[in-house]
Design a protein around this ligand. Structure first.
Ligand SMILES: [Zn+2]
Length: 271
């Protein structure tokens, strides 16, 4: 969208105007942007080195907002996203084994000898119990971003040998984090507003309207994190969504943060 409303200034900004503000002003205002129609939280994304121009976005918009873009059918993993959204009552097993995924997924479908529906391939009509499907984090994040129904669904989300909870409890949007989540293991997700690097090399992905909630990448994971996510400059991550499976912690300063404990427990996507 070309225009976003700044709640600090109480006025709308066109993207061209906003992009030309000083870094300091952008830093200050970008966390207070809202969709001019539905009023839901919006973000600002700088022009990318790949050539994509600066833009505003809101993910999600309110369900009836006319500025909401349709779910993209393009890109890898989109069929996985569609499966999740098509069968929102299913039992989803989180697949963290990223490298081995493609092969195993095919093997499962081919060796489906016991007659149970696998993956998203169920197409029968009669009654059935919940089908189990293995899904990687990225399509789950895309499903969360694009579907109110999925966010509210009570589909069981299972992280093997760890936890099983309904989707509407397992996944917690940054804006919905409260005291009761401290020390709880969940799938925390939301927008990255800006990034920062501590003197000791800890990398911070800052989120939320105020500076009280961040995702933390320890210094020893930073290089691998950068390689895995595939970004060039830290600020390339601004305006992206992140999903982290981990514990919400409270620092002595009172700040809340979620530490990335291992790289297979987090994913990012553009929208
Ligand atoms: Zn909107």
């Amino acid at each position: 969208m070309d225009t976003a409303y700044c709640k600090l200034d109480q006025k709308p900004y066109h993207i061209m105007t906003f992009a030309q503000l000083s870094d300091e002003e952008i830093q200050k205002k970008r966390r207070h942007l809202a969709c001019p129609e539905c009023g839901w939280q919006a973000y600002f994304k700088r022009a990318a080195t790949s050539g994509q121009g600066a833009c505003f976005g809101a993910r999600p918009h309110a369900p009836d907002c006319s500025l909401a873009a349709p779910v993209s059918d393009r890109g890898p993993g989109s069929s996985e996203v569609r499966d999740i959204l098509r069968n929102p009552m299913d039992h989803i097993v989180i697949d963290l084994n990223y490298g081995a995924h493609e092969k195993r997924h095919i093997d499962e479908e081919e060796s489906d000898a016991n007659g149970k529906a696998k993956g998203g391939s169920f197409s029968g009509t009669g009654s059935r119990g919940p089908a189990k499907m293995n899904r990687r984090l990225r399509p789950l994040l895309k499903g969360l971003i694009s579907s109110e129904e999925f966010r509210r669904s009570s589909a069981m989300i299972e992280l093997p040998r760890h936890t099983s909870l309904p989707a509407n409890q397992f996944f917690v949007h940054f804006n919905d984090i409260s005291e009761e989540h401290v020390n709880n293991f969940r799938g925390y997700w939301g927008l990255i507003f800006d990034t920062g690097m501590s003197l000791n090399g800890t990398f911070w992905l800052n989120t939320g309207e105020y500076d009280h909630l961040s995702v933390m990448v320890p210094d020893d994971l930073y290089a691998d994190f950068k390689k895995r996510i595939g970004f060039r400059f830290d600020h390339d991550l601004e305006g992206m969504h992140i999903l982290v499976l981990g514990h919400l912690r409270r620092a002595q300063t009172g700040k809340l943060y979620i530490e990335v404990e291992s790289l297979d427990r987090c994913t990012l996507c553009d929208d």
